[in-house]
Design a protein around this ligand. Sequence first.
Ligand code: HEC
Ligand code: HEC
Length: 370
Amino acid sequence: MRAVALAAVLSGAASAGLAYDWAIPDWLPPPPVPGDVTMNDALVDLGRHLFYDQRLSADGSMSCASCHEQARAFTDGRAVSVGVTGQAGGFNAPSLANVGYLPTLTWANPMVDSLEFHALIPLFGEDPVEMGNAGLETALFARLMEDALYQDAFAAAFPDRPQADLYTITRALGAFQRTLISVGSPYDQFVYGGDRSAMTDAAVRGMDLFFDHRTECYHCHLGLNFTNNLVTSRSAMPETGFHNTGLGAEGGTSEFTLNPRDRGRFRTPTLRNVAVTAPYMHDGRFQTLEQVIRHYAAGGEAARLGQPDPLRDPLIVGFQITEAEIADLIAFLQSLTDEYFLTDPAFANPWPEGHLANGGDATPPETDPS
Ligand code: HEC
Ligand code: HEC
């Protein structure tokens, strides 16, 4: 008896998601789930409706999906995102593929450690303003609860607390985002599925380059999500990696740690679906993968200009690369595009066309037939 009880306590937070059917391959451990969340279909479905609901913004013009579009692996195609007031933020919208496996969220802040906590930033943040609800919390919750669908959906997901509030909205959004798992690319079919025809010869050559000491790519972009930032339901310790890649960028992690040596450090992003997430880097400065590769080959901005760059990570070495090898490396990065993920109906907008959640006026008002 005691052993069973102890096991239940020890498994605690990490086990909360294990009963849920994640619909993922056997080799992949599910993402961790906070102790106060029980993953279930009602919660995920509510989160998906909220994610695609423009009423989540103060003026009804933007949903989370406005900046995180499924076809672009949940990015927005802009260098930096623009919120409801028209204010451009300082950052490129990151992909949400496998976001549940990230121990810290956002490009540079090592303190944002859960999807539930993170959701408050786009909803209520004031610098930059994204969805613009600061000080308008009560109006936001009331607006949502006017919809009969939400009255049912909140009751199904939170029987003890069937209303829109900070707790329920952030739990539901987090649960939906944890299901955004992308492991169906040609690379996965090749490596995990044993399908030797899934990748082109060029992509295989590019893979060898990527995992070679000459380029060092794999030292930072590694593991199931091609980043040294990883936590799973089986991790003893989350892995976090912030690096200065020689972009000559100001800010970064130092803004949060206040350590000047962290200047220009940013979290290593996933490379899954990277072919559809242009433009690139935390500030969207590069339009193409070729530009990114040339940046690394030069050893960064300062090295390109023949200047010293003491803060640059030692793994940004600079290297010789031929035009044919650049094409191969790009072919490899393209083999990380997961068409199933980009078109999976389970991740798509669940609202009918013309519904208020989509901004409303797509359907003309009903006319009197007489
Ligand atoms: C105006 C555009 C915009 C809207 C609207 C928006 N986001 Fe984002 N999102 C961004 C940008 C830009 C970042 C990167 C911010 C940073 O690094 O500081 C981001 C980061 C994130 C991250 C962190 C991803 C990572 O890899 O660290 C998550 C999760 C996320 N957004 C979820 C949401 C959710 C949920 C909503 C709706 C409640 C939402 N976003 C609304 C632009 C937006
Ligand atoms: C020292 C660690 C490190 C190494 C080595 C490294 N990267 Fe990166 N990579 C990063 C970080 C950190 C970023 C984000 C930098 C930023 O935006 O300031 C990044 C960004 C990228 C991006 C842009 C992704 C996006 O969503 O914007 C691509 C593509 C990329 N790296 C590919 C590569 C390739 C190819 C190599 C090898 C030639 C490589 N990286 C080597 C750490 C690294």
